[in-house]
Design a protein around this ligand. Structure first.
Ligand SMILES: *Cc1c(COP(=O)(O)O)cnc(C)c1O
Length: 463
């Protein structure tokens, strides 16, 4: 299996190199050159198998022989053993043919664990074989940082440094990061805002000389292995509600387009998906693009669903590449257009997207109403991200005889603000995290100064 860049200029890579490389050298994102195909019989055989077993079968062709079968199986089994629910990603029925896919049973209570529990182990495996060590640096305002820390905690060859804006993340989110006391985990509270923290990380990637040759890896959603891991639950949940014998639709709370792109991959691999519904909060670039062919930047709006607060959806480039039939020059041209102001897809490409995708956006007031409405109708307390999907499903589904699965991307206990504003008592943390607020914390407060931060990383990484 070879991976090629969406901009058509970078060298093709194998799976190992694609896991260890973030962005392609031409600024593009890596995608598989050919999509593995699953027949209806193969898909039907997933019924009744464990999540880890289905994951192994889905992931196996993407790895392209770069990991021995038995080792791959073990890495996958270990990754999903960290989930608190035996089904890993269980589904619940909400209404006639409307289902909720609970993706929040991992260590940090959000769906990013599904990808990062596996990515950490894949990185560690490949680094170990090469007898190399790596540093991960990332800036976070919430979910990604904690999921990356939990994913890298068991890694012998990775040291992880996560920067968060000091006193500007919620207590639950901070403690999910800072109460991990492993000796390869370093939390830095930057005296500044999220953009300051982000700028420090970007500058460190631009000039890595402070690391004296140690490899620096990013943890954002452009890493192909994250998308790959997320394909699995589209198959397991679709099979549970009747695929491949019937079509299934999905509704996905979206920001960087990574999660819903995994759904698109499942579709390309042979899963009979009728609709992919993209739900956004007030940061609605994806909705504007899919509904009005307007891919343009707007000012960031802080919302009650903060893990979906983005200006640009980086993974949309992967869909563009496919809509433009792997024409890297066309994608490069479009993104240059976008740097100037706004990007408009060719009518033909946009129409192709519209055959599968629909979208809806929810502002904060609507999110609160939906949390109340869903609770009244179903008894479920939805987190604010999942609420956008609950609404978008009702607005966009084409019919009620095709089962539709809304992705529940976070546990409501993680977003107490929205839950309380919607008029509910704070959702309790699940039993395995009940003592989070009294756990010991460790983090370093540092000024928003690049030299200071790089010096901290240089001197604290393990030898
Ligand atoms: C990251 C995140 C999303 C958005 O996922 P993308 O892959 O960026 O589209 C949605 N909900 C939650 C809770 C998240 O953490």
């Amino acid at each position: 299996m070879r991976y090629i860049s969406t901009r058509g200029q970078a060298p093709a890579l194998n799976f190992e190199d694609v896991v260890l490389t973030g962005l392609a050298s031409d600024g593009g994102l890596y995608v598989p050159e050919q999509v593995p195909q699953f027949s209806p019989e193969q898909i039907a055989s997933f019924s009744g198998q464990s999540y880890a077993e289905v994951a192994y079968q889905i992931i196996h062709p993407f790895v392209g022989g770069m990991i021995e079968d038995a080792t791959l199986r073990t890495l996958i089994e270990e990754a999903y053993a960290s989930f608190a629910h035996d089904a890993v990603a269980p589904i619940k029925q909400l209404d006639t043919n409307h289902f909720l896919l609970e993706l929040f049973h991992g260590p940090t209570l959000a769906f990013k664990d599904v990808a990062l529990q596996l990515l950490g182990r894949l990185l560690d495996h490949f680094l170990g074989l090469r007898n190399e060590k790596a540093v991960i640096m990332g800036a976070t305002s919430g979910d990604t940082g904690s999921a990356a820390i939990e994913g890298c905690k068991p890694c012998a060859h990775v040291d992880i440094f996560i920067l968060h804006p000091h006193q500007r993340v919620s207590e639950v989110q901070r403690r999910q990061m800072t109460s991990v006391l492993a000796d390869n985990v370093f939390n830095i509270a930057v005296e500044g805002n999220f953009d300051d923290a982000q700028a420090m990380v970007k500058a460190s990637f631009a000039d890595q000389s402070f690391l004296e040759g140690r490899r620096l890896i990013a943890v954002n959603s452009i890493n192909w292995a994250r998308i790959m891991a997320q394909i699995v639950y589209y198959f397991t949940s679709a099979v549970a509600v009747g695929a491949p014998h019937r079509e299934v639709s999905f509704c996905v709370p979206s920001a960087n387009f990574g999660d819903v792109f995994a759904g698109y991959m499942a579709y390309k691999m042979g899963l009979p998906i009728k609709q992919l519904i993209v739900a956004t909060n007030a940061n609605d670039i994806l909705h504007r693009t899919l509904a009005h062919n307007d891919f343009s930047k707007r000012e960031l709006v802080p919302t009650l669903a903060p893990s979906m607060d983005i200006v640009v959806s980086s993974n949309f480039e992967r869909l563009l590449f496919d809509l433009y039939q792997h024409d890297g020059a066309a994608v490069t041209g479009l993104l240059e257009q976008f740097q100037q102001q706004a990007m408009t897809l060719d009518a033909e490409a946009w129409q192709r997207a519209q055959q599968l995708f629909s979208s809806y956006c929810a502002d904060d007031a609507t999110i609160l109403e939906v949390i109340q409405d869903a609770h009244q109708r179903t008894g479920e307390l939805l987190d604010p991200h999942t609420a956008t999907a609950y609404l978008a499903t009702q607005k966009c589904r084409l019919d009620t005889h095709t089962p539709v699965i809304s992705l529940a991307t976070a546990h409501p206990a993680k977003f107490a603000d929205a839950v309380v504003q919607a008029g509910f008592a704070e959702a309790p943390l699940p039993a395995h995290m009940a003592d989070l607020l009294t756990r010991e914390e460790r983090y370093q407060v540092l000024p928003a100064d690049l030299r200071t931060i790089q010096e901290f990383v240089r001197t604290h990484k393990r030898p």
